[in-house]
Design a protein around this ligand. Structure first.
Ligand code: ADP
Ligand code: ADP
Length: 230
């Protein structure tokens, strides 16, 4: 089975005359080790797809599966997914190491194991020396790396990234894109869904690109095939 399956997922926000169909009849499969970019303009439904998989919103119809497990009704923490959002959302009063450990504590990982997992995750993003700092003592790019380390610490089979570079300036974005490429190579078994409105990011990182338009999947293929089409 694919690692990630969206099976005809529809998500509506609100109801009655105020209803927004943010995602309609969305079907997509992502294989082990594969990175798929969800590419499309603002409001096209990309984040909603990611939230449906993470468990932050509930589909009105359809299902999401991880491997052969239907997780449609499960709470987020029970899905074993790593999630990184655009505005890194670190806890400002907690040291970097405690930020990274947060998800491990929530998942009741044994205390003796937490230190090693935090170190491992910080090493993966080149931030091993920063565990005792506070988030405000770091640059935006460094904070985003910590947010990525926090997601990696739970050793997820599935990593979701929602516009992780959007809050960074152009130069940092370029640097971080290189870092993400390196990270991808270091996690050959991890399936990734990468939400972006930036074609360059999608081209740099994705094995396949899922093009979103008006709450629907308009097309999905390798970049090579998509750009070859008339
Ligand atoms: P994208 O990630 O492509 O920018 P979204 O998935 O965030 O798109 O949004 C898709 C549509 O759903 C948009 O019309 C947006 O305004 C709407 N939407 C997103 N989140 C909510 C919400 N919590 N409540 C109501 N409407 C929402
Ligand atoms: P994104 O497009 O990256 O999902 P936004 O900045 O559009 O993020 O939205 C931020 C938050 O507000 C998200 O949690 C989203 O679900 C919610 N949101 C987006 N559009 C609407 C909307 N029309 N009404 C209410 N909430 C919304």
């Amino acid at each position: 089975a694919p690692v990630i399956t969206f099976d005809r997922v529809t998500v509506a926000y609100g109801r009655g005359r105020g209803v927004t169909h943010a995602l309609v009849d969305f079907t997509l499969r992502v294989a082990r080790g594969e990175t798929v970019a969800l590419l499309g303009p603002s409001g096209s439904g990309k984040s909603t797809a990611l939230k449906a998989l993470a468990g932050f919103v509930r589909p009105t119809s359809g299902s999401v599966r991880l491997g052969s497990r239907d997780v449609t009704g499960l709470p987020p923490a029970k899905r074993g997914i790593g999630v990184v959002v655009q505005s890194y959302a670190l806890f400002p009063h907690m040291k970097v190491a405690d930020n990274v450990a947060f998800g491990l504590r929530a998942r009741r990982v044994p205390r003796a194991e937490i230190g090693a997992r935090v170190t491992e995750a910080l090493e993966m993003v080149g931030m091993a020396a920063y565990g005792k700092r506070l988030p405000r003592e770091l640059s935006g790019g460094q904070q985003q790396r910590i947010a990525i380390a926090r997601a990696l610490a739970i050793r997820p089979a599935v990593l979701l990234l929602d516009e992780p570079l959007a809050a960074l300036d152009a130069q940092l974005r370029e640097t971080m894109l290189g870092e993400l490429t390196r990270l991808r190579a270091a996690l050959p078994d991890t399936a990734m869904l990468y939400v972006t409105h930036d074609q360059g990011e999608a081209l740099a990182l994705a094995d396949r690109i899922a093009v979103m338009r008006n709450s629907r999947l308009a097309d999905v293929d390798t970049a090579e095939n998509l750009w070859k089409r008339p």
